[in-house]
Ligand binder design. Sequence first.
Ligand SMILES: Cc1cc2nc3c(=O)[nH]c(=O)nc-3n(C[C@H](O)[C@H](O)[C@H](O)COP(=O)(O)OP(=O)(O)OC[C@H]3O[C@@H](n4cnc5c(N)ncnc54)[C@H](O)[C@@H]3O)c2cc1C
Length: 495
Amino acid sequence: MSSLAFISFLRGFRHGVSLWCPQSCHQGNELRFSLKHGIEGDWPKVRRSFTISCAANADLSKDYVIVGGGNAAGYAVRAFTEHGVDGSKICIVSKEKVPPYERPALTKAYLFPLDKSPARLPGFHTCVGTGNPRQTDEWYKDKGIQVLYDTAATGVDLDKKKLFTSSGSSIAYDNLIIATGASAARLPKTIGGDLQGVHYIREVADADALIEALQTCKKLVVIGGGYIGMEVAAAATAWKLDTTMVFPEPHIMPRLFTPSIADKYEDLFKKYGVRFTKGVTVKRIISGHDGKVSAVELSDGVVLDADTVVVGIGAKPAVGPFIETGLKMSEGGIEVDGQFRTSSPNVWAIGDVAAFPLKIYNRITRVEHVDHARKSAQHCVESLLKVQQDPYDYLPYFYSRVFEHPGSERKVWWQFYGDNVGDVVEVGDFSPKYAAFWIQSGVLKGVFLESGSPEEFGALPKLARQQPKLDVKKLQSASKVEDALSIALEAAGIV
Ligand SMILES: Cc1cc2nc3c(=O)[nH]c(=O)nc-3n(C[C@H](O)[C@H](O)[C@H](O)COP(=O)(O)OP(=O)(O)OC[C@H]3O[C@@H](n4cnc5c(N)ncnc54)[C@H](O)[C@@H]3O)c2cc1C
């Protein structure tokens, strides 16, 4: 059979056939063909492999191409396999060199000093973060799922349903799931943002480079007072480094913490030797004669010596390959509906990159947190497979854990559920517990807890979801976190 005749033969199949991505194929009940250059017409002049899958369930025999190999991608694949849609139908296109992993670990156990049992891959591949099997490269191979590593998506033709990649090939898909996440925001090159010794952390390779630097680091400056800054500074205390945090806001975690919550954490950081320089921006990062970073000059004229700088100033949705496609954008990301469908048929977006309807608060939003990455992936795949048709109903949840290295005097672990709007009632002495309740017009909107028990943490989403009316005076009179939680739970009718 000629190449073209063979392609017509393949196109004749509507069910049970998978037109696959280039690169190696897998074991299992598949036939494998490899066509070399010279295929004309709709088909690119590149080497392609085609896998004919003998899937039992003809209704599910489509191609699913997931762009991005991060948290959402790992959980999306898990959802596919849960519903029996594995085999040759799924392909991940990933810029990274390793299978999807639980990204939050990069600024937590990954940064433990080398003699304190730091986390390393394959230990934290998805989906271990939710107690599920570790999806290593072997796991994907066993399931017949192809992962194209070190391959960036460069563009997509929505009409022809083709994804273009950095390898020069294109991948035909029936359904495309965009899970490209976000990339670290950078300081401009003109002020030294690219100097040797300046680190940004988004991927495991970035964390490896930082660990290399920490081994000889004498003076560390952390720019940014959000999650990344706070977690890196906490890790640096375990390395016993001279560490200064610099940020323009009046306190750490300004988007969530109240000044008094921030005070508690800043005091703890100071106790471990971290210095704070607040209310300033970075004028420039200065290089030494060797071309490496030597200092950071601040907007108030202060110059901080530094041999290593970590920049944690936020992230930008990774929409690059999709900007020219005409896909509807919102909040800097790709707009989706409650099922994670984009404005183009058969194209879906999940995780950090997706701007979705936050049903509970009736607004379009993007959420850059792992819980949403996991849940959006599950919901999207189930929508795609028509397992469910409910709109996504996400309850915002943020958490962080620091000072967890072996030998740490005190572990810090907080969770927040809901919306941080309204007035705040704070309860507790931070030794170790602390709670905060955001109340708007007498209604509980958001709840924060440090060092709760599993049961107490478990009560937070119920409270935030239920939004009970609270007796604010009664709550204010609570002297202990346990009492305040009981008051809220009683108001919600939860015993
Ligand atoms: C260091 C760090 C610590 C964090 N800590 C926490 C935390 O404590 N709690 C919390 O809730 N959240 C945390 N987050 C956020 C959380 O990790 C993200 O919300 C989550 O990873 C989002 O999943 P995602 O799949 O959408 O994006 P990602 O996990 O970022 O995955 C995106 C993937 O797409 C790939 N990609 C991008 N562009 C392309 C392209 N063109 N072609 C192919 N591949 C591409 C990327 O390389 C990456 O592999 C942290 C994030 C970081 C970086």
